[in-house]
Design a protein around this ligand. Sequence first.
Ligand SMILES: [Zn+2]
Length: 272
Amino acid sequence: MLLVSSGRLHATFAFGDLQVVALRDGYIDMPPTRLRDECGCPLDEVPAAVPIVGGNLRLSVNAFFATDGTRSLLIDTGASDAWHDPTMGLIYDALDEAGVDRAEITDVAVTHRHEDHVSGLIAPDGSEAFAKLERVWMGAGDTSVFTGRLEPIRDRVVPVSGQVAINDWATAIPTPGHTPGHTVYEVTSSAGRLLAWGDTVHVPTLQFEQPTVSWELDGDQSQARAARARLLEQLAQPDHFVAGAHLDSPGIARVTPSGDGYALEYLAPPIG
Ligand SMILES: [Zn+2]
């Protein structure tokens, strides 16, 4: 996984025979009380290593695009204008900056139903953001989100209820916990495996070192905790890489075992 270029809103990597583009949609501020211990209670104390901005945790919001030059896949879509604070919705600018023509995107994979992942399918002007959209892969447990503003997309939703191949190099793998339909997408190239893991970790400065720390918005915290443990163990193998929706932008990293938990090593300098 080699950084090729980057800008304010994107970083492009050569990943063997594929190209991977990390796209910054923006950020989201959340109170530290969302961090939960194994009893489901807010942490007594947030470690000093966790940055607090104006009393909040500041989570990057990322999406990812992978292509072999013929087949392409966009993983997550950002929030568009669906969030009450206008801190997200930059994915369209990020795609422009990276030289990816969104009018040519046909396949989108969404990790789960939350606004910062799915709402970007509809642009702020109410039009479909991806004019040639043919398929939207999403965990079957989350597809009820396609009502209201997202209703026009419903006829192209491909519900995922087991491990399924999307194309020659991308596989959908259900990982319920954060939401019932939470799904990770594994991208395999000659250079290894990249796991776009959605909301498996929200606070990278804490949850790698202490993977048992959970998040208030994990719908089933024990299931989410178990999924996080399983995925981290998998990612600690050689030639495995993570693409995290809420890792610090651009959000592509390597994971290694460290003490009772893990350490992450970002593969590009911060953007945004
Ligand atoms: Zn999220």
